[in-house]
Design a protein around this ligand. Structure first.
Ligand code: FER
Length: 243
């Protein structure tokens, strides 16, 4: 399926649980330098369908098979993409829409939920990168030091990929606490205690800020949920089945 966000092509895959015509839907967002078809995203989507929910996963701006250049992606563009995808799902007739994001996609899911409090029924955040805005303000992104008041035009990142300075400028203005404060529907946060990319401490802190949040810490698990994917899946199924 193709969804357009102001001319940018976003490729998406909609899958329904077996034998069901109409059901609630979870939209999945992948992380920084990732894509919708990474193993942990597919396993999360499968667990969601096991619980009787449809899934829509998509590649965000500058990632995977979608349009846009990696170096020009920003959290604002990802917010805009997500809002376009939500509009599309509502037009398809899905009235009960949830968001689930991994890492930077978890941050964006949380920000959009704070904007669309009237539309988003709940959030499943997997190792959400809540710390990116503060890291941008501190000038400490992906282990590199930059001067936060004199942002470089380009910033080398992982996997040989380079970001424009506007990524940092956008991130510096974002306050994740405001999004948590506005969202009153249920939230599930999943985080491994051996995640060395995104600190677990921020998930503990944010879980206190949400009105209605459950935090499941998976012992021995890493950033990509590749050691105990069954525990990630079980936590998702249990939480969604209770909705
Ligand atoms: C950073 C730490 C983590 C960062 C991005 C991430 C651009 C995102 C990780 C992910 O989405 O998996 O400093 O800066």
């Amino acid at each position: 399926m193709v969804i357009y966000d102001d001319g940018i092509q976003l490729n998406a895959v909609l899958e329904k649980p077996e034998g069901v015509d109409f059901c609630p839907l979870v939209i999945l967002l992948h992380g920084f330098t990732s894509a919708m078809d990474r193993p942990h995203n597919l396993l999360a989507a499968a667990a969601i369908r096991d619980a009787g929910f449809a899934t829509l996963r998509f590649d965000l701006y500058g990632h995977g098979t979608s349009g846009g250049e990696f170096r020009k992606h920003t959290i604002w563009k990802w917010i805009s993409n997500t809002m376009a995808v939500i509009d599309h799902c509502l037009e398809l007739g899905y009235t009960e829409v949830y968001l689930s994001g991994h890492s930077q996609g978890g941050l964006v899911a949380a920000l959009v939920a704070g904007m669309e409090t009237d539309r988003i029924r709940g959030l499943i955040l997997r190792a959400p990168a809540f710390m990116i805005p503060q890291c941008a303000r501190d000038g400490n992104l992906l282990g590199q030091r930059i001067d936060p008041d004199h942002i470089p035009d380009s910033l080398p990142t992982i996997k040989g990929l380079t970001l424009d300075g506007n990524y940092v400028r956008v991130a510096q203005t974002i306050r994740v606490e405001d999004a948590a404060d506005r969202f009153r529907n249920p939230v599930l946060i999943l985080h491994g205690d051996e995640d060395d990319t995104v600190p677990l401490a921020d998930s503990h802190r944010m879980a206190q800020l949400y009105r209605n949040c459950e935090l499941t810490v998976i012992a021995g698990e890493t950033h990509h949920f590749d050691r105990h994917p069954d525990q990630m899946q079980e936590a998702i199924r249990t939480w969604l089945t209770a909705r």
